[in-house]
Design a binder for this molecule. Structure first.
Ligand code: F6R
Length: 243
């Protein structure tokens, strides 16, 4: 595991964007696995900035997202589909038909999840998967206790995740209670993994996930077993690491 310490959020974002841009430069037709949430927004901004300066070309890149709420329309500002267009896709020269999220509008969970796995397989697998880290150690929507061997599946969101996500909705009652998410197995099959974490609120979980025992109780802890993981962490998130 490669742990990179960043000064602050901006520095974390820049370092993470550097790694993603190196991936695109080294393999222009790469498959990027992407995440939503607040942590990667700065990384996406930095990538957009480099694209605008002519330093990055997304024309041959494909993307697959980690997860999507079940039951939100693509036009819903809280859908991850909307988030990705708003925060990245609309600002760079990526082909929209090369961007894939689990189809949250498909009520048939099994078909939607199998479809996402098929897309990943047909693209030849994920070259670089970007991840954020949930306060309870979740990655994607793989909550504590999730089986390590699962592929894309439908999950019931935990109370703590619903509460954490409520900040994006008008009221907690509007937060969807289910999502389609890549499973741990899907994530672990990515060739490279890049985790971004910032803020003092994540310090405890960073220490447990990356220095504690590997256990389904802390889903991100499985990343210790992946051969090519880079964690970019700001000083606050790193503050409780036992090193
Ligand atoms: C997002 C996702 C989630 C987030 C995690 C951290 O696609 O799958 O696992 O990465 O909840 O969220 P933030 O970055 O908002 O703290």
């Amino acid at each position: 595991m490669n742990i990179i310490r960043a000064k602050d959020y901006q520095d974390m974002s820049r370092k993470a964007a550097n790694i993603i841009s190196a991936q695109i430069i080294m393999k222009p037709d790469c498959v990027l696995g992407l995440a939503t949430g607040s942590t990667p927004i700065g990384t996406y901004r930095q990538l957009i900035d480099w694209y605008n300066k002519g330093d990055l070309d997304f024309s041959r890149v494909s993307t697959v997202n980690l997860d999507e709420y079940r039951g939100l329309k693509n036009t819903d500002p809280q859908s991850y589909y909307y988030f990705m267009h708003e925060n990245l896709f609309s600002h760079v020269n990526i082909r929209k038909e090369a961007t894939f999220l689990p189809d949250g509008t498909n009520p048939d969970a099994e078909a939607a999840c199998a479809g996402h796995e098929r897309v990943i397989r047909e693209l030849g697998g994920i070259d670089l998967q970007l991840l954020g880290l949930g306060n309870n150690g979740h990655i994607g929507f793989n909550e504590p206790g999730a089986a390590f061997e699962k592929e894309t599946h439908c999950v019931d969101l935990t109370e703590s995740t619903i509460k954490a996500n409520a900040r994006f909705f008008d009221s907690i009652d509007e937060v969807p209670t289910q999502a389609y998410t890549m499973g741990i197995r899907t994530i672990m099959q990515a060739k490279k993994i890049l985790v971004v974490v910032n803020g003092a609120g994540k310090a405890d979980i960073v220490a447990r996930a990356f220095w504690g025992p590997v256990t389904p109780e802390v889903p991100a802890s499985i990343l210790q077993m992946h051969p090519d993981v880079t964690v970019v962490c700001d000083e606050e998130a790193f503050s409780k690491a036992p090193v």
